[in-house]
Ligand binder design. Sequence first.
Ligand code: TMP
Length: 210
Amino acid sequence: MHGKFITIEGTEGVGKTTNIEFIQAWLNSHQLDFIATREPGGTPLAEQIRELLLMPRDEKVCPSAELLLMFAGRAQHLDQVILPAVQSGRWVLCDRFTDATYAYQGYGRGMDNGLIAQLEQLVQADLRPDLTLILDIPVEIGLKRASQRSTPDRFEREQTEFFERVRQGYLSIATGSPERCVVIDASQPLEDVQRDITGALNDFLAQELR
Ligand code: TMP
């Protein structure tokens, strides 16, 4: 049987790192064989592409160059890591995937959704996540949390309005794909966030075992 493909999404400062650790503990407690990976990145080449994408630079990065680099890294990541894992029956937990491209490059930068869908088809064929958890938080709160971390990367330097569009993008994606996406209110206290994540994971597992 193929492994399941779970993705975690959200704007800056939603608490992905802490909650990914929590999901790993859940997967372990259910004796599910899994790998945890991330995008952009996940292979040596794709991690180099990540550095190119995140590094602040004086040169303006043209939106289509950014979009193509995201998909270049994704093609490599799928070929080397995600597909082999899923095909051998392992679960894959991925910190961001193509929903981030729709949210950031599409809603955030204004790239055409149809164009993103064409690249998605080219790079992924019919592979889509089985479950996507979208951690949602008001942008101001998220940015305040994120600013307490290290020096901001090229995306974190964007204006609040950019992240507002990204957030709305994620919420629209969730409305459009309710069978796959679960929105988690990440502004709640951590134990409530994690209770909701556990609920979503338990529901997903129960549905898979049916
Ligand atoms: P991270 O900080 O969550 O690791 O993600 C790195 C940044 O890359 C984050 O600001 C979102 C951005 N990103 C995109 O713009 N498009 C994408 O397709 C992906 C995967 C990430």
